[in-house]
Every structure is written in C-alpha cells, then in structure tokens.
Design a protein around this ligand. Sequence first.
Ligand SMILES: Nc1ncnc2c1ncn2[C@@H]1O[C@H](COP(=O)(O)OP(=O)(O)OP(=O)(O)O)[C@@H](O)[C@H]1O
Ligand SMILES: Nc1nc(=O)c2ncn([C@H]3C[C@H](O)[C@@H](CO)O3)c2[nH]1
Length: 318
Amino acid sequence: MSAHCAPFKRMLKRITSDLKLCVPCSWLHCTVGFSHGRVSVNTQLERVMEPRRFLQHSSQRHSTNQTMDAIARVKRLSIEGNIAVGKSTFARLLSNAGRNWEVTPEPVSKWQNVEEAISQIRQPVPSPQQTASNLLQMMYQDPKRWSYTFQTFSCMSRMRTQLQPPPVRLLQTRDVAVQMYERSIYSDRYIFAQNMFELGGINSTEWAVYQDWHSFLVEQFGPKVQLEGIIYLRAPPQTCMERLTRRGREEEKGIQLDYLETLHKQHENWLINKSTKVHFEHLKNIPVLVLDGSLEFESDSEMQTKFITEVTNFLQEL
Ligand SMILES: Nc1ncnc2c1ncn2[C@@H]1O[C@H](COP(=O)(O)OP(=O)(O)OP(=O)(O)O)[C@@H](O)[C@H]1O
Ligand SMILES: Nc1nc(=O)c2ncn([C@H]3C[C@H](O)[C@@H](CO)O3)c2[nH]1
C-alpha cells in the first residue's frame, strides 16, 4: 500500500466505526470523563464519536471532516516491556525528541489512590471517612484477593487513556503525528491478567469474566482503541530486577526475580514468538519494533540518537 493510502484507509475505518457505534458512545459519554478540562474533552469526543449530531451546517461539516481527517492521521502505538525495564525513561526521551510525538504515561498514581482517581472523573460521593485505597499495594500484598479487581481498574484506566482524542498539537501538524501509550489494554490482558491467571492470582471464573468484557469492549470500540504498532523495550529480567531495586518503589518491595521472569516470558510469547493466542484481527500481524532495553542510554547522546532514528524509521513503515 502506498504511503498515501494508509492514512486514508485508517480514516475510513475510524469514520465507519464512528457511525456504527452509537450505543457504546452513549455509554462512553456516561462513564468517561477526564480530569483536565472535562467539558472541552467531552465535547471534542462527541464531535469525534457522533459526527452526525454536528453536521447541520456546512461549515461545521467541513470542520468535523477536518477533525476526523486529522485524528485519522495520528498514528497510535504502545510501548511495552517488563516492570522497570525503562519505559518511562524511554518515553521521556521520545517526548523530548522535538518531534510530533506525544507519550501518555501509565496511570500508576490512579492505582495508588483509587478514590482520588475516581473523584477526578465524577462527583465524589460524600463519605464520613476519607479513604485512600492503594490498589497497587493491595494487589502485591494479597494477589488472590485483589488481582481481578486490579485488572478491572487498570484496564478501565487504560481504556480511558486510549479513547482520549489526541492533543490539539498533534491534530494541527502536517507532519507525521504519533500518539504513544505506556502499555495498553492489550498488555493488560496478554501480559498481566494472563500471567496472574497462570500464577493463580486470578481464578478460572474471574479469567473468563475478564476476557468476556475485555473482548466485548475492544470489539465495541473498534478502531478507536486499535494500535498501528508496538515498541517492545526488551531486557533480561535480571536487569529489570536491578533497576526495580534501584528505583525503590514502595509497593514493589516484595517483587522477586521469578515474577519478572514470568512476565518476561509473557512478553516474549506475545511479541517475539507470537505464540500467545490473541483475539483481535488487527493485533495478529501488528508491526513490532524490538529495542535493546539493557543499553544504558540515559547519559549517552549517541545511543539516544540511535534509538530515535530506529523509532523514526519504524514509524515511516507504518
Ligand atoms: N536504559 C537504562 N539504563 C539504566 N538505567 C535505566 C535505564 N532506563 C531506566 N533506568 C532506570 O531504571 C529505573 C526504572 O526505570 P523506569 O521507571 O523508566 O521503568 P518503567 O519500565 O517505566 O517501570 P514500570 O514498569 O514500573 O512502569 C529508574 O530508576 C531508571 O532511572
Ligand atoms: N498485576 C498487574 N496488572 C497490570 O495490568 C499492571 N500494569 C502495571 N502493573 C504494575 C507493574 C509495576 O509494579 C507498576 C507500574 O507499572 O504496576 C501491573 N500489575
């Protein structure tokens, strides 16, 4: 396919799904709010999700078409990799590369304070006791009790992230614009939830329920939550263990090397060996850029340039 056809095809896919998706869209309007500028983001979302409501005047129709065209041109990728491999560090490098690349970090702070995260989305229910549930800590301390709850919350927060329209900066540029996410609704399932199921933190009923609603949501939202590519930051579990220990995040104090080894295997099976059974067509042959995460690039500008060049070349092929 020529370079001109790919964005057009993506745009068509997204527009077609926009017109089909009234039910999940109304669900989205009820459930998805954003902590920053809720009104404007929702308005933008409505424009994207229900274009027919905005097509009364030709000038509006023109601007809606332009917005949809701009959104369709934004390429979406996720950055995947084991715990503490260096995804956030790598994401900062990409964000500072001076390109039209936007990286959305993993919403860890939301998992560390569930009530605060929810109150940013909708009005908090008045309660005599102000609680602060650290679901990340609860999951690590008692995985059998909390893993399923964690996966529902982590996946919902990732879903919200992936459904947000790209920032205006990306919509205004004529160059290649890229929205990247630190992890995705796909690693939520094919790395973490699957691993928790295999380790016994999630039982077979919970796993069946998780997979059912995950597939349902991905199918309903269609192209809005699809990715065009994946960057896999790959390093031996031992390297991740050393970095994790050095970082010293309180909740992760009990993590052992063997847990990182199981997660490493899940990444390898999904992104290298392709032996993980995936349930979504677009994910089956998704392009994967594998980068050597064990390289210490933080204070090596030559290596940083090399990484940025690799990412640039990868993006050109998408
Ligand atoms: N390439 C690198 N070389 C050496 N140290 C690194 C490198 N990348 C990251 N680090 C260090 O490793 C630690 C973990 O990095 P970072 O927080 O970026 O990992 P992460 O993959 O985002 O973690 P998580 O999976 O928890 O989201 C930090 O202390 C960081 O400074
Ligand atoms: N169980 C589980 N499921 C997930 O989907 C998931 N995503 C991230 N994490 C953990 C890894 C880091 O400690 C910390 C930050 O990445 O959160 C997860 N843990």
